[in-house]
Design a protein around this ligand. Structure first.
Ligand SMILES: [Zn+2]
Ligand SMILES: [Zn+2]
Length: 140
């Protein structure tokens, strides 16, 4: 995973848009356009954020600074294990009031993301079945 993809997935997992993050980074509206451009830049593959910017970004959403650094500097075979769905890691797991912290469902997916993809699949099946069995004439 690239450092940029890591930041993007962690931001999305936190439920934030780039605009939301820009608002945290730049409380003054005059600076917000610059902040927005910066966040987009940091999420572009090949770009590595300055350490001071990484700390600022950490105020906006939860991610692990050490994991980010490893992705930037470490050789790929030494990269930490990261969920491909939400970029959580053992140092920075998903937290849920009901389920506690997530675990590994597979080599690349955490239990929270697996549960979500199963639910999505079930929703999709329901929708597909609804269409299949909808009597002629009732279908909108
Ligand atoms: Zn996950
Ligand atoms: Zn997780």
């Amino acid at each position: 995973m690239t450092p940029a993809a890591y930041l993007r997935l962690r931001r999305v997992a936190a439920g934030l848009s780039i605009g939301d993050v820009a608002t945290v980074l730049a409380p003054r509206i005059a600076n917000r356009r610059t902040a927005f451009a910066l966040v987009r830049l940091w999420e572009a593959d090949g770009v590595i954020a300055e350490p001071t910017d990484v700390i600022r970004l950490r105020a906006a959403f939860r991610f692990d600074v050490a994991v980010y650094r490893q992705l930037c500097e470490g050789p790929e075979d030494r990269h930490p294990r990261i969920c491909t769905g939400c970029a959580c890691s053992e140092r920075d797991p998903c937290l849920s009031e009901l389920a506690g912290t997530c675990g590994w469902a597979s080599d690349t997916l955490c239990t929270r993301c697996e549960a979500r993809s199963l639910r999505d699949a079930a929703d999709w099946m329901d929708a597909a079945m609804g269409r299949t069995f909808m009597p002629e004439g009732l279908a909108a």
